[in-house]
Design a protein around this ligand. Sequence first.
Ligand SMILES: [Fe+2]
Length: 538
Amino acid sequence: MKSAPQLLTDPFLQLPTDTSVRVVWFTEFTGSKHLVTYGDNFGHTAPANTSQLTRTREDQHSHNGQIYQQPVNREVWRHEALVTGLTPGVRVPYWVTSVREDGESVSSGIFTLTATPKPGTPLKILLTSDHQLKPMTAANLQKVVETVGQVDGVFFAGDLANTPDRASEWFDDNRGAALFPGLQGRAHYEIAKTTYTGGQIIQHAPMFTCIGNHEVMGRFARTRSLDDEFNDPIPRAVAKKLYGEKSLLDHSFNTITYEEIFTLPQSLTGGKTYYAVSFGDVRLVVLYITNTWRTPRLDVEARGRYREAEKDLSNPENWGYGQIIYEAIAAGSQQYNWLATELKSPEFQQARYKVVMFHHPPHTLGDNIVPPYTDPVPMIERDEYGNIQGVRYEYPQSADHIIRDLVPLLEAANVQLVFYGHSHLWNRFISPSGMHFLETSNVGNSYGAAWNGNQRPVPIGYQEDYVAVGDPNGLEPVVPTIAPLLKEDGQPMPYIASNEITVFSIFDTGTGTVTSYRFNTHAPESEVIKFDEFRLIN
Ligand SMILES: [Fe+2]
């Protein structure tokens, strides 16, 4: 018997305008027809354009019920319909239908869509990041919906999945915590004998994302697994030298799958990779600020952030080149110049709330802020015959692009909130001028905080003095204003870095407040606790 067709995801909303929004969903069949049915009496339809994802694969590390020996293509089709004639503030019900080539069809449940909100509309915006199929994510998203109901938008500060070309991580990883199921209330993840489904969020609310290190794949198909491929980027300039001009994306790094999955606002110079958008009273500026995560290990086998592996010293094709900055943000770069222009635009200057989102932390207690965010400086040791004996990388603190170039620009433009992720913890900071910094990335798991007796791994015997404890960029973390966690001695902790307590934050544009909530996943009957709140001044 033929099996009934299924959708690979529920529909979700993208790129709202004053009168329209896009509805996007995925199937594993091409189909003969795909459409959105919407309106008060479901009297309207909008046809979808269909395209196939070009890079999605599965491999020996996939969890989708099949066994693979190496990366193999997985066929996934994407459908996108433009729904027009909308009125801001008016929600309209909709569903989507996909018809298979044999005529069998499948429809989604009923959700709601709307145009982009007008200025003056009070909105609840979920601030989230770093889902990466981590254990607490489904519980986190479920508690978002249970606590605040339907949000109006999602700002996602990067790291959606782990290895972006592995299809199942977006759609149907059978451990139950893939990206779309979590954000669509179709996850299935058990903690402490409680199964969490995530929340029905992006069916009703547009999501604006930025690129984290986990959105970037390395050199295409040079290695035996997708994880190895993810870990195999090299700088574009090195790729040009090694391979010439041909398919530079394939021979360095790429964000192809991410860009194929999402329809985002675009900038002239950055396309989808950095952009700005007005959403109600918010001008959101999204930047492409992330670098390769490489191991801090210093042993001879480490192709790490501070050194190359000994076995590859004579083979630069296999070098990692340290923590590569994927898109420059240093003063004078294309992205920096675009940002400087954006910050002078009327859309930005007249916005009630000026928010900047990117992945890499400017201030954090987490591990990932060390080494400084700058181009790795290679130190090559040679013997008397010129043979390479060792390659080390240094990252001068004084050349940190985020601190040296970006933050002063944001300060001068009166940005109120800088929102980021990457370190998997919750903490926040305020600069002397009053600019807020928030990292709300203790969503699915944590890797701890360099505070309270814990230290980051820092290399010994290097020129630069890498900072093992606290915020290397000199701010003190702010103690949560309502209900901080307490240390054993009863003192309040200025952060949450926990694999039991998950955290989410909501930006309420009606009151201008950013509120953070925590939930103990190991005490499923416990309440969600509002533990911090601050207000953006305008
Ligand atoms: Fe990250």
